[in-house]
Design a protein. Sequence first.
Length: 195
Amino acid sequence: MRSLWLLLLLSTVSTQLHAQAFGVQMGVPVVKYQPRVAGNGSDPNVFTITVPEPNSEFEAYLAFATPKTGVCKVVGVGKNHSNDSYGTETTSAFSRFKEALVAKYGNSQDFDFLRSGALWKEPQEWVWSVYKNERIIASFWTRANGAVLPQSVESISLEAKSVNPSSGAYLALNYEFTNFADCKKLMDQHDNSGL
C-alpha cells in the first residue's frame, strides 16, 4: 500500500512539473519533439515541433534550441482570427488565456495601449494598429513581478500579433526557460560567426 501511495505521489508531481509549456521540457534535445526547421531555414536553432500537450487556440509550436542547451524557449503560435478588424475575437481569446494563466501562475504585468501619435487609431483599424506595432497588448509573468513560476520557467508572455492585417490577428504564448540566456548567447555566437 505504501508503494502505491508513493507511485501516485510521484506521478502527480511529474504531471505538475511538465504541465506547463505545452508539455515541453527545458533542456531536452529538440529531436524528442519531431522538429522541422522553421521558416526558410535561415536560423538553425528555431524549429517547428509537435508538442505533447497542444491547445486548440494554437496552430503551430516553435522551439528555440541548441545542441548544447537543448530546448530553451517554446512559442505557441495562435490561429488567425480573420475578419476581426475591431479585434473583438482576438481580445476575447487574449482575455480567456490571460485569466487561465493568472489562475495558474499569479498576477501578470499588463500592457494594453495605443502609442502616442499612432496613425491606425480608429476602432475598425485595430488589426492594422497591432500589425504596425502601434497597439501593444501583452501580459508578462516573471518572479520579479510576483508570479509563481515552475522552477524551470524564467518568464511567460502572452501577446496579440499580426503578420498580415488581411488575415487578422493571433495570439503568441511564449515560455522562456531558465537556460534561455545561455541558449541565446550560443545562438548569437553562431549568428555572428560569419562577420
